[in-house]
Design a binder for this molecule. Structure first.
Ligand code: CUK
Ligand code: CUA
Length: 642
């Protein structure tokens, strides 16, 4: 995309149209657009007071999810998802390591782009948040009672899991689309034979409404395009899912303009209800597949990993009425559906205009079979028959659109570095504000639901440059908060974000606060290595394994003097935190343990492995300042010769 955008940039520069903000505007009041005069007041959350919204920012190449408050822009937590996290020992403790099992082995890193919060009846319900792993295709589910990653499912037949993870109106499905088409099944073949031979898998992952447990219901095996982004239909278009595509030319190298030869790519409209009926009646083909499904259990505090062996695939040409292509100019990126479900916006990043399709017109065209040919057996609708309207030359490089629930849309423009507010139905531009600099996604809390909260807009900017005190060549990305409650957008606040947030999901805080968990009940701890009473703390040897069943409570470890360990042993510290109070973790660090510490929450058991290499008497200690006697929380392990 970069190349293609560069080409567009040079084109428009030649035409003398562009004024790129990057690095040009110096900090200060000039060029800041509509900075609210009472901005400080509007973002001020007094000490001890709570923010009005939670905002969950994807971590991009950090692989995680960060939790912020709005309007303050304060960061509350980093939730580790696809990456090991030394702060808590996630992915280092024996209990959490299985979360990173994949068909490629242990993969403790990913690139996470799009979080989406579960819904009921088209409204955010705050049960779970889902997020995609792009690189090694996976979807994670985070429990919003504990803010912990509780499930990761790998996606077979996929590569670059980008148009993910978006949720249908009742969380029936979390949907994931492959960015890269690949040979299915994977095999050794010439890359130049891509065209016509690669497939693009769109995965519909069902979600158990009680447990949240995910399972791949079916994979729709689409032509070998790139599936960039997706969005569910909502309200009247509930039952449909829309995917933007690029490289419909199926070029195997995108270095040239190859993939942008076609004047229009497609939005693929998928009627998942029709396909659901088809597979419920025995349709589809079971195909061998190898993918990991990892689940973290709150009672055992233990993750388990299973390798799944097959997946149900569906050939779209075998299911009448399942898939249609809507021509959309020009290499569309974001695919956004408004809260009424009528308008489908294709953010054609190389187009001067913004294309909006009509769901009603699409249904009419389908009913009257007004097709304009087909691609690989999938009917193509006529552009004019499905077009609702066009926003004329709103900006350069449109990427994503959000909605305020009051009939307005907010589109981000990467190249012209601005957010443009426009009216659904009349397509007139109402307002524009510069952003600093080069915005990717925007986010309005609830913007992905039937009822957006419509008060704030957050711009997630790709380039930071001079916005903060310099920190060397590498800068954190920067978000900007706008008040959108009035006619004009007002800039309120800049705040740094962690990793590279692509998208974010926001929700009113009171919806989540109600069910946030404070601690685990020790009596409910079913971890096989839990020590529920201090009297049961002990050391057990099994061959060259030494299992230390340890307890911790302010302010001691039991046992704290351990002998009988030899060089070459594998030592397991199984530590159970006996505290039964909010916010009293204990940490555990062992000298020379080459991985991480443990952070054990009240009522939890966590296990760290240590392989001593040297004879001696070696200390361990608590890493979390837990009481006035925190420095007294320590102990020794005596290591004797093998
Ligand atoms: S993408 Cu990053 S700016 Cu992965 Cu949603 Cu558009
Ligand atoms: Cu326990 Cu410090």
């Amino acid at each position: 995309m970069k190349k293609a955008i560069n080409i567009l940039v040079s084109l428009v520069m030649v035409a003398g149209l562009v004024s790129c903000n990057n690095g040009e505007n110096k900090k200060g009041s000039k060029g800041q657009g509509g900075l609210a005069t009472n901005a400080a007041e509007k973002v001020y959350v007094a000490p001890g007071e709570h923010d009005e919204y939670y905002a969950f920012f994807s971590g991009g190449y950090s692989g995680n999810l960060t939790v912020y408050g709005l309007p303050s822009g304060r960061m509350f937590k980093e939730i580790p998802v696809f990456s090991q996290f030394p702060t808590s020992g996630y992915g280092y403790s024996e209990e959490t390591k299985p979360m990173f099992n994949t068909s490629f082995g242990f993969v403790p890193w990913d690139d996470s782009h799009h979080p989406d919060i579960s819904q009921t009846g088209g409204k955010l319900d705050g049960r779970w948040i889902f997020i995609n792993g792009n690189n090694t295709p996976r979807i994670a589910r985070i429990d919003l009672e504990t803010f912990e990653t509780v499930e990761i499912i790998e996606l077979p037949n996929s590569a670059g899991n980008h148009s993910s993870s978006f949720i249908t109106e009742n969380t029936e499905y979390v949907v994931a689309g492959t960015r890269f088409s690949v040979p299915v099944p994977q095999r050794d073949m010439p890359i130049k034979d891509y065209k016509g031979n690669f497939k693009g898998a769109l995965s519909f992952i069902s979600v158990d409404q009680e447990t949240g447990r995910m399972g791949i219901k079916f994979q729709l095996m689409m032509p070998g395009f790139n599936y960039d982004l997706s969005h569910p239909g909502r309200d009247k278009s509930h039952g449909w899912f829309f995917f933007t595509t690029y490289n419909t030319e199926e070029a195997n190298t995108l270095m040239e303009v190859n993939s942008s030869q076609n004047d229009k790519d497609f939005i693929a409209a998928v009627n998942w209800k029709v396909i659901e009926d088809y597979v419920n009646n025995g349709g589809g083909t079971k195909m061998p597949a190898n993918y990991a499904h990892n689940v973290y259990d709150h009672d055992t505090h233990l993750a388990t990993s299973t390798m799944e062996k097959e997946v149900l695939t569906v050939d779209p040409t075998k299911v009448p009425g399942a898939v249609f292509f809507l021509p959309t100019p020009k290499s569309p990126h974001g695919c956004d559906v408004d809260p009424t479900g009528e308008y489908i916006i294709g953010n054609g990043k190389l187009s001067a205009d913004l294309t909006v399709h009509s769901f009603t017109k699409m249904l009419d065209a389908i009913e009257n079979k007004k097709f304009d040919g087909e691609a690989y057996g999938i009917p193509i609708l006529k552009f004019e028959d499905v077009l609702a309207g066009t926003v004329k030359q709103p900006g350069l490089g449109p990427l994503h659109t959000e909605f305020d629930g009051k009939g307005n849309a907010y589109t981000t423009f990467f190249i012209s570095s601005e957010v443009v507010k426009w009216k659904l139905g009349t397509w007139e531009v109402l307002d524009r504000q510069p952003v600093f600099y080069s915005v990717g996604h925007g986010m309005i809390p609830g913007g992905n639901s039937r009822e957006p909260f419509g008060k704030y807009f957050v711009a997630m900017n790709k380039i930071t440059k001079d916005r903060y005190l310099p920190t060397g060549p590498e800068l954190e990305h920067s978000a900007q908060l706008f008040d959108i409650s009035g006619d004009k957008m007002e800039l309120l606040l800049d705040f740094p974000t962690h990793g590279e947030p692509h998208y974010a999901a926001g929700i009113r805080a009171d919806i989540l606060k109600k069910n946030s968990k404070q601690f685990y009940k020790l009596a409910d701890n079913k971890n096989p290595y839990a020590t529920l009473s201090e009297a049961d703390a002990r050391v057990e040897r099994k061959g060259n394994e030494v299992h230390i069943y340890m307890t911790t409570i302010r302010s001691h470890f039991t046992p704290d003097n351990i002998e009988g360990v030899k060089v070459g042993d594998k030592v397991f510290f199984h530590i159970t935190n006996h505290e039964q109070d909010f916010d009293v973790p204990h940490g555990f660090a062992m000298i020379g343990a080459n991985n991480a510490e443990l952070l054990i929450m009240p009522g939890q058991t966590k296990t760290l492995v240590w392989e001593p290499k040297q004879v001696g008497v070696w200390p361990f200690y608590c890493t979390d300042f837990c009481s006035a006697l925190h420095q007294e929380m320590q102990g020794y392990v005596r290591v004797s010769p093998a």
